[in-house]
Design a protein around this ligand. Structure first.
Ligand code: GLC
Length: 468
């Protein structure tokens, strides 16, 4: 199984991709770009992209490059930032970094978003870093990694800003537009699901890592994490989850209610329920909605948030089953010819104009706006294996990999069912290569799930304020 041409080619490309610093591999670039493209930042090591590649390495038992990456990125927190990075606090981890070198010296240069298109802030970077730290720890069993001072303080400086309260009433993280994988204006500001679920996983990862840390403040961090997790769990469980019953409740909600014991806490108007949501859901389906804020429920389906909700143990058995049913029922729409859309459905016409600000790269059914991203295959494969379901089979993944190889490993696909190679897709995109190879690996060796999955835990039970 999987001894295909695609697998052989992927292996060769991965071997060619290492970025070295001081003689050691510290990451891989976003894409193996031709020299004429080097003014774009695809030749940099992206934190979120390298998470996927790092996971692939750990699944294959290659730990050194992941360790070097974790140490390198942690060290970059203290690097001097440029003018356009106003007072970014410690704890923000870079979107990407590169190694500048000439004959005499090598230097690490990081981008915290102050050079990125649209100056977007990478709120997800630190969260992926913590998740990868946990997986590395599980893969190596090397507890000494967390006893090293610089790793200890890096973990704390990530946790500090994410655990702070600021002015929020809710336990979810408040972020600006483009703060994660969808790093362009797409109406993902506020409390987008992908960030919240990743936050949930990062907190669980940190709690696990801190169990091994006997510093005096470790217990205090674990308490704060536990507290936040309980509230976060309750919030996502009760306000983001949508099935037909809840949709019906929302449809019949009263609005403009005031006080504590009300039903329509976020003042959602039933007129905002989009027509497609009624077809998307049936009696057996359910999913976590894309975003929630005052008077605003964004009904769009975000794949990463929903799939990670299963892997991170946020969704209990019933929800997992409903999510599986929903993906199966809407397979053509969500998976189509290339696993999988990151956001469904696309914003079209005036909604595209207003929400994206006329962004041609995010035209309807392209790129972030309804395009299909092969790197998501690892999550779909893992959910499929975790649930004993058949969302993605080994034979299907084999065909997917061959198509990717034939198209030179594009970054994304366009069209309602992912039939077209993305209009501006980079080729030899690393997380396409490693995400699809990780999917093959997971399908072949389901025992690897324990490295990156969490069991479901009813975190709300111990949360007294949350009883409804
Ligand atoms: C694009 C994607 C972003 C990714 C980067 C590098 O900007 O939107 O999520 O990290 O490319 O691949």
């Amino acid at each position: 199984m999987f001894k295909s041409k695609a697998r052989r080619e992927a292996k060769q490309l991965i071997e060619r991709s290492f970025v070295e610093y001081k003689g050691r591999p510290v990451g891989t670039p976003a894409a193996l770009v031709p020299v004429e493209d080097e003014n774009l930042n695809y030749n940099q090591v992206f934190t979120r992209d390298f998470f996927v590649t790092g996971l692939y390495f750990l699944l294959k038992g290659r730990t050194d490059i992941v360790e070097n990456f974790l140490v390198t990125v942690a060290g970059l927190q203290n690097i001097e930032k440029s003018r356009d990075c106003f007072d970014a606090g410690q704890g923000l981890m870079p979107a990407s970094f590169k190694v500048d070198r000439d004959a005499e010296r090598e230097e690490l240069k990081a981008d915290f978003g102050e050079q990125a298109i649209g100056r977007v802030t990478p709120v997800d970077s630190g969260l992926w870093w913590v998740y990868l730290l946990r997986i590395h720890l599980r893969a190596t069993g090397d507890e000494s990694i967390i006893r090293k001072e610089e790793r200890r303080s890096a973990l704390r400086s990530v946790l500090d800003p994410y655990l702070s309260g600021y002015f929020e009433l809710v336990p979810t993280l408040l972020v600006p537009d483009g703060a994660f994988m969808i790093d362009r204006r797409m109406g993902m500001y506020g409390h987008p699901l992908d960030i919240q679920v990743l936050f949930f996983i990062a907190l669980r990862s940190a709690a696990e890592v801190l169990e091994l840390d006997d510093s005096p403040d470790s217990e205090d961090y674990r308490k704060r994490i536990r507290h936040r997790l309980e509230h976060l769990y309750f919030h996502l469980e009760n306000y983001y989850w949508l099935d037909l019953k809840r949709l019906n409740d929302i449809y019949r909600y009263k609005t403009e209610e005031f006080g504590v014991d009300i039903r329509n806490k976020y003042n959602i108007y039933s007129g905002s329920i989009p027509g497609w949501a009624m077809e998307f859901l049936d009696e057996q389906g359910g999913y976590y909605v894309g975003n929630l804020g005052p008077g605003r429920m964004d009904f769009r389906f975000l794949s990463s948030g929903n799939l990670l909700a299963v892997l991170g143990g946020l969704a209990g058995d019933e929800k997992v089953e409903r999510l599986q049913n929903l993906i199966s029922k809407n397979r053509e729409k969500l998976v189509g010819r290339m696993p999988m859309k990151i956001c469904y459905p696309a914003l079209e016409k005036s909604r595209w104009e207003i929400v994206t600000g006329y962004d041609p790269k995010n035209a309807a059914w392209s790129y972030h706006n309804g395009g299909n991203w092969p790197f998501v295959a690892w999550m779909l494969a893992a959910v499929s294996e975790k649930c004993g379901g058949d969302l993605l089979g080994a034979d299907q993944m084999e065909k997917v990999s061959e198509r990717l190889r034939g198209n030179d490993w594009p970054e994304y696909y366009d069209g309602k069912d992912g039939a077209l190679v993305g209009k501006e897709a980079r080729l030899k995109q690393l997380w396409t290569i490693t995400g699809s190879m990780a999917a093959c690996e997971i399908l072949e060796h389901p025992e690897t799930l324990s490295l990156f999955c969490f069991d479901w835990e009813d975190t709300s039970l111990s949360c007294p304020n949350n009883r409804v």
